[in-house]
Design a protein around this ligand. Structure first.
Ligand SMILES: Cc1ncc(COP(=O)(O)O)c(C=O)c1O
Length: 322
């Protein structure tokens, strides 16, 4: 009996492993894991990340994954209420709101900016939290800087694909913060490392949260190597963009509705009930949006060319047997 091939296109990971210089740096760091991570290393990597993002290091805090943002801000900034879009990535980390005993207020994507603009600020006790581009739809919620009455955290997980950032607006007077993960275009999802970019006072509070001590020596050393020589990130994006165009075009030819995407994934309305289960039974794992958004809808991460070919051939089989 042969082993069945399974391909995972469900978590918006980079299909391409990091280059040798990054892997070697992580491996070499294992020699010193008897020691706690060196604070000077963290400081140095923070400087490199600041340079990459284009802001001063006083604004940047390295955190163990963008998905810790609610834990971090509810603790360090005493945020009690998050205004979030519906749908959004935050549907996936609902536990963070619950366990930290904070409230969420949800608005549809096309209404949320108006709501933020009209809300009077009470400091960080209430803030907007928007993933731009949006996960799961892949579209941009806004371009440029939206007017907002309350502090706004913009999660730019797919910045390398969208080219849109509010990082230059992170200053004391503007109440804008940005999160940048290194899980996507940098191919470091397994190491759990991201950058939070906040006005300096809030950044210094976040820096005192013990959660940041969860960053490990291998994650810091790998990110250091990545930021010292980040040309591979552009190459990753180039490969994924080329494949995304090809997959989207073929899926449209097959008659599916494909959303415009500023990310490394595509949201697709197939019109086929239980499509996620049917794909899984044929070895392709995608994220179901069937209950979340509408029946027949899926989110498909762009994989390697061979994985995308496999997905497309399975989709063709499914419609021809329909
Ligand atoms: C909008 C958004 N934010 C954050 C994340 C997760 O980032 P991290 O791996 O740094 O926790 C994802 C991953 O899918 C995402 O889509």
């Amino acid at each position: 009996m042969g082993t069945r091939r399974l391909i995972y296109l469900n978590q918006n990971e980079s299909p391409i492993p990091p280059p040798p210089h990054v892997i070697e740096a992580a491996k070499a760091s294992l020699e010193k894991i008897n020691r706690y991570p060196d604070p000077r290393l963290k400081e140095h990597v923070t400087e490199l990340a600041s340079e990459y993002i284009g802001v001063d290091p006083e604004h940047v805090v390295l955190i163990p994954g963008a998905d810790t943002i609610v834990d971090m801000t509810s603790r360090a900034l005493k945020t009690r209420e998050y205004i979030i879009p519906e749908p959004s990535f935050y549907d996936i980390i609902l536990g963070s709101f619950e366990w930290n005993d904070v409230r969420t207020i949800r608005y549809p994507l096309d209404e949320i900016l108006g709501k933020l603009e009209n809300k009077g600020s009470t400091g960080w006790s209430s803030c907007g939290l928007i993933d731009n581009p949006n996960n799961p739809l892949g579209i941009l919620v806004f371009t440029g800087k939206p007017p907002t009455g309350i502090p706004l955290i913009v999660d730019e997980a797919y910045y390398e694909y969208s080219g849109q950032t509010l990082a230059p607006h992170v200053r004391e007077e503007e109440n804008i913060a940005v999160i940048r993960t290194f899980s996507k275009a940098f191919s470091l999802a397994g190491l759990r490392i991201a950058a939070a970019v906040f006005p300096s006072e809030e950044a210094s509070r976040l820096r005192r949260d013990p959660l940041i001590y969860r960053l490990t020596t291998p994650s810091l050393e790998a990110l250091k190597a990545a930021l010292e020589d980040p040309a591979y990130v552009k190459e990753n994006v180039r490969v994924v963009e080329r494949e995304k165009k090809r997959v989207a075009q073929r899926l449209r030819e097959l008659g599916f509705k494909v959303y415009p995407s500023y990310t490394n994934f595509l949201s697709v309305e197939t019109g086929i009930n239980n499509i996620t289960r049917i794909l899984a039974s044929r070895g392709v794992i995608v994220k179901s949006l069937e209950k979340w958004i509408k029946p027949g809808m899926i989110r498909v991460t762009i994989g390697l060319p061979s994985e995308n070919d496999f997905l497309l051939s399975v989709m063709e089989e499914i419609i021809s047997s329909d």
